[in-house]
Design a protein around this ligand. Structure first.
Ligand SMILES: [Mn+2]
Length: 327
């Protein structure tokens, strides 16, 4: 769980650090890039974050003016640090364009990480990349400013499901305790992230809930959202972030699945699948089979075709992988 020495040496000797994460960043991705940038700045270094392609509304309040770069000139930076990103092909577009021309440091906790960096620190025992950034700062002796502590809290709380998932270790609870001791406003952040659903967002949830179905004798629970659901509610796909918790909370469900259609112009592969599983069902394994990736308990992928076809593809594959022996 300790950062390798070569990362510390490299960051200590770099004055201008460019930071990025995966496209469609989640709470851990945003919290860890904001946390690292703020820590480096508070410790006398220049740091810049590649502007994310999308920013879920619930995380907007954590972003300050000047957090994100407008353009990137690779000559202005000594090193690119990629956080919470399993593979370089998933990195933000802007960072992808300069990654080949720069030294890359890869810090991540995804089991499936492809070790694409010049220096790699991949530790799947860490709850979140935010936890890794905290350890890095501690090891380097860098001061963690209050805005940095707040960003790291967002990373921890979202990737552990508010300290309820299997990755809720004694170690992450110790880090959490230290962040709270630094003055992180726990209840205010909880309200911002989890208790500020918009009316349209709640209406999208209602549509997802109405689509709930179970199969494989209740072991698989699934909700789906079609293009018409996004149109009718006026929601974008960023409003889907916690909808997979609807099937996940159904009694007896071992494999929870959210399927939603992406707008046609955005991409060719038009249905996105988001998995949550319990042991022994490996979400990362099934998503890799479909060209995606993630963690054993939470993973995602894109499937070509519209919702109806994608649903069949996924349910067939689930049946073949895990339930065909039951017949
Ligand atoms: Mn993460």
């Amino acid at each position: 769980m300790k950062p390798p020495k070569n990362i510390l040496v490299r960051l200590e000797s770099s004055n201008r650090v460019l930071i990025s994460t995966h496209a469609k960043p989640d709470g851990d991705a945003l919290g860890s890039v904001l946390g690292l940038a703020r820590i480096l700045k508070a410790n006398g270094k220049q740091a810049g974050i590649v502007r994310p392609d999308s920013l879920p509304r619930r995380y907007e309040p954590f972003v300050e003016a000047g957090d994100f770069l407008e353009g990137i000139d690779e000559k202005e930076w000594d090193v690119l640090v990629v956080l919470d990103c399993g593979d370089i092909s998933r990195v933000e577009d802007g960072a992808g364009k300069v990654a080949a021309a720069m030294a890359v440091i890869n810090i991540d906790h995804h089991h499936s990480n492809t070790e694409f960096g010049e220096i790699n620190w991949v530790d799947s025992k860490c709850s979140s990349t935010g936890e890794m950034i905290y350890r890095l700062a501690r090891e380097a002796g860098w001061r963690i400013s209050p805005p940095a502590a707040e960003a790291l809290w967002v990373a921890l709380v979202t990737d552990t499901g508010r300290f309820s998932y299997e990755n809720t270790s004694p170690e992450v609870l110790n880090v959490a305790a230290e962040l709270v001791a630094m003055g992180v406003p726990v209840s205010k952040i909880n309200h911002t992230i989890y208790e500020s659903v918009t009316l349209k967002g709640q209406r999208l949830r209602a549509r997802a809930m109405a689509s709930l179905e179970v199969c494989e004798d209740g072991a698989v629970a699934l909700v789906r959202l079609g293009r018409e659901d996004f149109e009718a509610t006026g929601c974008g796909t960023e409003e889907t972030e916690d909808i997979v918790n609807i099937p996940r909370s159904i009694e007896g469900a071992k494999i929870a699945l959210l399927l939603y259609e992406l707008p046609e112009e955005e991409t060719k592969t038009s249905t996105k699948a988001s998995f949550r599983t319990v042991e022994p069902y490996d979400a990362a394994l099934i998503c890799r089979t479909l060209g995606g990736g993630g963690h054993q308990r939470a993973a995602g992928c894109s499937i070509e075709g519209r919702l109806t076809e994608a649903r069949e593809t996924v349910l067939d594959l689930i049946h073949k992988m895990w339930f065909s022996g039951d017949e």
